[in-house]
Design a protein. Structure first.
Length: 229
C-alpha cells in the first residue's frame, strides 16, 4: 500500500532451507610407517533429493590444512599422528552454517622384537652362532616380512655404516611364531632388522646381541709309554 491506498501484490517462492546435518568422520586406511592415514567425511542435506555442496576443511598437526569442495562423501589423505578439526560449511557464504567434528589419528605401534640366543660358537673358527626371534606379544604383527642380521659399525645411532651378516631373507610372520636363524659368526653388536611387507610397512630393529667364541683353539698333546716286560 502507498499513502493513497493503492496496492499491488507479487508472488514469490521461498525455497526450503537446505541445511547440513549428521557429520561423520571415519577412517578409510590406517596411518603406516610410510604413508599418512586416509579419512572420509560424510554429511547429510536436510533435503534428501538435493545433495548439498559444502566446503570441508581439515586442520591439524604439522600445518595440515586442506579444504575440499563438493557433495558427500569427501576423502582426505596424508594425515599424521594427532588430533584434527573437521569443519563443514555451506558453500554459500550468505548461509552461516558450520558443523565441526574432531578426529584423532593414533600413532603406529612401536613394534618390539624379542631375540633369544640359542647357540654360541663351540669350536674356534666355526660359524655356529644361532638365535630365535619373534614379535613381542604386546606388539604382535601377523603380516609378511623380510629380515637380515646386521652388525653395528661402531656408531649405534647411525645405521648407514652397519654391515649385513646374513643376506635378506623372505619369511612369513605369523604372530608369535619363532623365526630361527643360524650360521652367525662370533662377534658383538649384532641385531635383527625386519622390514614389514604388509601394513603398516615398518622397519623394526631389535636390541644388540653377542655371539661368543672360545678365546683359543683346543689343542691336545699326546704322550706315549713303550710296552715293556
Amino acid at each position: 500500500y502507498n499513502a493513497q491506498g493503492c496496492s499491488d501484490t507479487v508472488v514469490t517462492t521461498i525455497n526450503p532451507f537446505n541445511g547440513l546435518s549428521n557429520a561423520v568422520v571415519a577412517q578409510v586406511s590406517d596411518l603406516t610407517c610410510v604413508s599418512g592415514e586416509e579419512i572420509r567425511v560424510t554429511f547429510d542435506s536436510s533435503i534428501a533429493a538435493s545433495p548439498i555442496t559444502a566446503d570441508v576443511r581439515v586442520t591439524g598437526p604439522g600445518g595440515y590444512d586442506v579444504t575440499l569442495n563438493g557433495t558427500s562423501p569427501l576423502n582426505f589423505t596424508g594425515l599424521g599422528e594427532g588430533v584434527y578439526t573437521v569443519a563443514i560449511s555451506n558453500a554459500d557464504p550468505t548461509i552461516n552454517c558450520v558443523l565441526t567434528e574432531t578426529y584423532e589419528v593414533l600413532p603406529v605401534t612401536n613394534y618390539i622384537l624379542d631375540v633369544t640366543k640359542t647357540s654360541d660358537i663351540v669350536c674356534l673358527g666355526d660359524i655356529t652362532g644361532a638365535i630365535t626371534f619373534d614379535f613381542n606379544a604386546a606388539t604382535d604383527y601377523s603380516g609378511a616380512y623380510t629380515y637380515v642380521i646386521k652388525q653395528d659399525g661402531g656408531t649405534p645411532n647411525d645405521f648407514t655404516d652397519d654391515t649385513d651378516v646374513t643376506g635378506s631373507t623372505g619369511a612369513d610372520g605369523s604372530g608369535m611364531e619363532l623365526e630361527s636363524v643360524g650360521g652367525i659368526p662370533a662377534g658383538t653388536g649384532y641385531y635383527v632388522e625386519v622390514t614389514m611387507t604388509a601394513t603398516p610397512e615398518c622397519l623394526v630393529r631389535s636390541g644388540f646381541f653377542t655371539i661368543d667364541a672360545p678365546a683359543v683353539a683346543l689343542s691336545v698333546t699326546g704322550a706315549t709309554t713303550a710296552i715293556s716286560c
